[in-house]
Structures are given as C-alpha cells and as structure tokens.
Design a protein around this ligand. Sequence first.
Ligand code: DOR
Ligand code: ZN
Length: 346
Amino acid sequence: MEEIEIIKPDDWHVHFRDGEVLNTVVPETTRHFARAIIMPNLVPPILKGVDAVKYKKKIQRAIPKSDRFLPLMTIYLTENTNKNDIRIAYESGQVFAAKLYPAGATTNSDSGVKDINKIMPVLETMSEIGMPLLIHGEVTDKEIDIFDREKVFVDQKLDFICKELPELKITLEHITTKEATAYVNEGNKNLVASITPHHLALSRNAMFVGGIRPHNYCLPILKREIHRKALVEVAVSGNSKFFLGTDTAPHLTSDKESFCGCAGIFNSTYCVSILAQLFENESALHKLENFISKNGAKHYNLKINKEKILITKSNHSLLFKKELDVKKQKIRIFEPDFPVFWTVSG
Ligand code: DOR
Ligand code: ZN
C-alpha cells in the first residue's frame, strides 16, 4: 500500500449556498480542507461586511465538531459598492476578499458589474489596503462565442485592470484556457489563478458523451483537450502562481436536469482523491502539496496549515457515492471518467 502525507489543503473557491443545502455541503468541505474562500453569490448577494458576518455564523454552525475549519468571507462587488465600506469591512477583518462577477456571467450574477470603469475607485482602494480581488473572468456579450468568453475577458478587461493597478492582488478564478494560463504565468507578480478539479479532469467532450450530460455543465464551460492539457501542465509543475479553487457549486439535481439547467459541479466530496490520482497519472504526486496546500496560502499571505493529512492508495478503485440527500432532493457528486485509487485516510 502506498501512502503520502501532505500539509492539510485549502480550497480557495467554494459555494456553500444557504439553508438546508448549506448544512448538507459544509461538512463535505471541512472534512478535508482547513480553510476556504466562500463565494458571495447568494440570493440576495453578500454586499456588505455585516452580511458576511451573519453568513459566516451560519457556516460555523454547520461545521461538524470533529473538524477545524476557517471560512474566509467575501463581498460581491456591484457598481454601487462603496469604497469606504470595503475598506472598513476589510480592515475590521470581517471580509477577506471581494469578488467581481461581470453581470450575467454565471449563477446569481445579475447584480454584478457591467462597466469595469465604474468600480475602478473601489479597486484602487483595494490595491492600497492589500485586499485581494477575485475575478470570474468571462465577458458576457451575446455575440462572443461561449468558448471564447474567457480569452476575450483576459485580452479586453483583465489586461486593463492589471496595467492600471499592478499592485492589486488578483486571482483569475477557475481558469480554463491555455491563453489564460499563459497570461497569468507571464503577467505581473500579483496576478495568480485558481484551477478546479473538473477543468483538470474533463474536456468539453464530457458534456456530450452519448447524449447531453448536464452534470458536467459549469461556467466557464469546459474547453477543448488542448486547454485541459495546458491547465494540467501548470498545475503539476508546482508553479506557485497556480493553485486549487474547487468552485464546488451545489445545485439540486432537479435544477440541473431541467429545461434550463444550472451551471455548476459539486466536487468537494472526492476532490483530494481525484487530484491525487490526476497528479499520479502525470508522475507528479510530489507536486500535489504545492498545488493544494502551499501556493494559495503564499499568494494570500497566510501561514501554511500545521495539520497534515494522509492519502492512501489501494488496490481497488474507489466506489463513488453518487449523491448527497437534501431532504427529499439530491445533489449529484462529481465523478471523473478515470478510475481513482487514492483516499484520504487521516
Ligand atoms: O459553474 C458555475 N457555478 N460557475 C460559476 O461561476 C458559479 C457557480 C454557481 O454558483 O453555481
Ligand atoms: Zn464559483
């Protein structure tokens, strides 16, 4: 039996939602992760420090007694966000970062930003105080092909923000393309990127295997194999500009398998196992710790975790639990299209 011990990982991009779903999914993250950045795209969104504090309390109540976990809270930027509110929320320790959703880019992003110029004063304040900016990097113009939305965002919007505010700490979240990978790699030192397990595991073919697969639909949408390979290459390289943000995004199965199915893949349950397998398949298990436990903490100026986890390889591939129960409803758990032999054993 093979075993590796690594520093306990963090997840730098999580959706916990609210209510019953929150209570169901929080333990799936806190079982393996020490900290996570919590997304603010609730209905209504988390707009102010006080909203973040209330939401954090709900999350803390849902953490099992056996787990030690720190939720890092975020604020949802709108064109009306006040720069003094942002400063106070950050400096008081209520919030950790702010999230930029281009309006209409994804789930619950309607209150997001249409014109980046309108939030430049807020971004300037964030740059001054060292507050991280998290970006959903896709343009939303209907005439831009859905597979090109990230690349166009990088060229037209991200480049502008980076040039205007080179000191601003920016995470381009859940990157999906070789162009984004190259831009971040070559870009200024304060620009980094997170990558999800599903974008590392799947190419866009996975949405259409013998029919339409709504559980593999997420945003940014899965891309061609050439892009997946570029993501895998930087993830397994150990390059400190790239780290895990799972974008685990629970939706009820009935909302995904519907006339207009929701975007989002719920992946926290087997995330560490899947990544261990992916890294082993690339002969890069020794770099797993950089990607899931070290690189993100470095960017966010946080200490790496003291605790360790043990990951064990067995002779038989893991049998994935298919769903979580939420009252009478279900949430589908992400399963890749390759066998996984690793489990987190302690
Ligand atoms: O697929 C996604 N789902 N992408 C996002 O950016 C948001 C997320 C959600 O909230 O469901
Ligand atoms: Zn997300």
